[in-house]
Design a protein around this ligand. Sequence first.
Ligand code: ATP
Length: 324
Amino acid sequence: MNDQNHEEPPALSVASLVKRYGDLTAVDGVSLTAHSHEILGVLGPNGAGKTSLLEMLMGLRGLTSGSVRVLDIDPATSERELRKVASIQPQQAELFPTLTTIETLELWATFYDQPRAPSTVLEDVGLTGSRDVRVRNLSGGQERRLLVGTALIGNPRVTVLDEPSSGLDPNARADLWEVITAFRDEGRTVVLSTHSMEEAEAVCDRVAIMHRGRLVALGRPSELIAEHAPHHVISCAREPGQDLSWAEELDDVVRVETVGNRTNIHARRYEDVMEAVSKAERPARDLRVRNAGLDEVFRGLTGADLGDETASDAGRRGEGVEAR
Ligand SMILES: Nc1ncnc2c1ncn2[C@@H]1O[C@H](COP(=O)(O)OP(=O)(O)OP(=O)(O)O)[C@@H](O)[C@H]1O
């Protein structure tokens, strides 16, 4: 797995990190680094261990074994020192319901030596129009944006964002991507978790894919696609009663699957496959072809369609100790 060659020391490094809850190993020997000028995405099915990993990075959860260093600081022993240079936007809201959005950012700004201007951050996260709305009256997406604002206001050198775009509409999500990439371009480090492969490809310089607590891939999206999914996807409308599973027998075809109302044929080369399915007795309709992307990498490595993997967790349970 590629962890990049950098001359400068990493902004964040994790070595052989383990987190157990009772007999469940939620994070199982993860090692990785993140650098300045870098956005590192953490992907994985529900229950893969992303939040456990992210919260250990910022000292919010104790670790069972292994080590974490953020800008040479040990989060487990120096949380106050860490808070001056690093921040986290957790998944769960921890805001005061009676404060307005601007009051919330003004309050957070007082925690830092050199904060950004609250009104600028408010604009960055697209909440200028809700400046005087109390937190308890914000929509779910607005609250998520405010949480991201609280993570950015202290001008942290490292920030950890746990599913920052969850619940955001497409315009708000695109705006957030602008904010996060601008932050990276200032030389800062962002570690974010996401369930959106589109988001990972759009903003992440590298992605770490977790599966059942383990790191199963780490690299640039283009490298992971070249290594794990070097094929095309021919997608067509799924007609009632139509069965394209015969295409699996064609040369070049890797697999055939149905996803919602589309049938997807994964193939190393697409020309002959397209011809075969468009000239079949019941020709495939609405054919589209694209290169495989992170979605295919993810599904190939985790065998899960962004589904919950806790149900198939038996292998992660064994003798262990409570370490929260
Ligand atoms: N405090 C806790 N006590 C016991 N088990 C926990 C605790 N927190 C998480 N777990 C378990 O650890 C595993 C990993 O959970 P975690 O929240 O880290 O996963 P995740 O990848 O962030 O999931 P999601 O994508 O659903 O947010 C899950 O099986 C979860 O049930």
